[in-house]
Design a protein around this ligand. Structure first.
Ligand SMILES: O=C(O)CC1=CCC(=O)O1
Length: 96
């Protein structure tokens, strides 16, 4: 199943810089491992915002929830999830 996910990051201003660096490094490693696995298909930065649009390709809602709640930045994020399905007019075969 494909999901469009918007993540808005709100790091607390009083987070010590070393803690912030550690959590961001863990977030990057977690995300890149999932990208290599094919479950996190795309990630884009939203210009001018500390936010991203991502596409996940996972088995079901439960797997998506497990992945998102495992994000090191999870407690500092607002996350919006939209399930996707193939559009009947799509000319692409790999939209599922
Ligand atoms: O910077 C972000 O948008 C938050 C994030 C998610 C995965 C990652 O590496 O950073």
């Amino acid at each position: 199943m494909l999901f469009h996910v918007r993540m808005d990051v709100h790091l607390p201003h009083d987070l010590p810089p070393l803690d912030a660096a550690d959590i961001l490094a863990r977030e990057k490693a977690y995300s890149q491992e999932l990208q290599h696995s094919g479950k996190w298909r795309h990630i884009w930065r939203l210009a001018g915002q500390y936010a991203n649009y991502s596409i996940f390709d996972v088995r079901d809602n439960e797997e998506l929830h497990a992945i998102l709640s495992g994000l090191p930045l999870f407690k500092f994020m607002d996350i919006e999830v939209t399930p996707l399905l193939r559009h009947p007019s799509s000319i692409r075969d790999n939209d599922t």
